[in-house]
Design a protein around this ligand. Structure first.
Ligand code: FES
Ligand code: FES
Length: 162
């Protein structure tokens, strides 16, 4: 069966099988491998993409369900070799180590910033609650989001974030 989607503004039409997940469709059929597979069970958020304006775990969505959908993946961040403001803030704050969680984290934050252009620390925490990072932790991520939105943490505000 054929699935037609618009990913990062480009239209793709690909033949696929009914049981293929959107995650595997994006990686294998479209060839965009920024989106990662961690748990494949909706637990880690590494596979987060924005589907018709909402962040989803693409490991839990079938490709056929995304027919005619508009999808955003991490490859849509920045322009060419230019980092987006958010990616540049991640770099400044060392908010990524192995980087495995980063593509999904960026997609969740992109969604958050559309809803809350100047998010509070609590809103940032809620925005990334579905994204598991096993090595960097969350302090640097929160600092990066605050920086990208022209803010900084108040003294002691991130003390209990790990
Ligand atoms: S790979 Fe989809 S939530 Fe972990
Ligand atoms: S940077 Fe390694 S899992 Fe988050």
């Amino acid at each position: 069966m054929k699935v037609k989607t618009t990913v990062n503004g480009q239209v793709y039409e690909r033949e696929t099988v009914p049981y293929k997940t959107l995650l595997h469709f994006i990686r294998e059929e479209i060839g965009l491998t920024g989106t990662k597979e961690g748990c494949a069970a909706g637990e880690c958020g590494a596979c987060t993409v924005i589907l018709n304006g909402k962040p989803v775990n693409s490991c839990l969505v079938l490709a056929v369900e995304a027919n005619d959908a508009v999808i955003e993946t991490v490859e849509g961040e920045g322009a060419g070799n230019e980092l987006s403001d958010l990616q540049a803030a991640f770099e400044r704050h060392h908010a990524t180590q192995c980087g495995f969680c980063t593509p999904g984290m960026l997609m969740s934050i992109r969604d958050l910033l559309r809803r809350h252009p100047k998010p509070t620390v609590e809103q940032i925490k809620a925005g990334i609650e579905g994204n598991f990072c096993r090595c960097t932790g969350y302090v640097q991520v929160i600092e990066a989001v605050l920086d990208a939105t022209g803010q900084s943490a108040k003294k002691g505000e991130l003390k209990h974030v790990s």
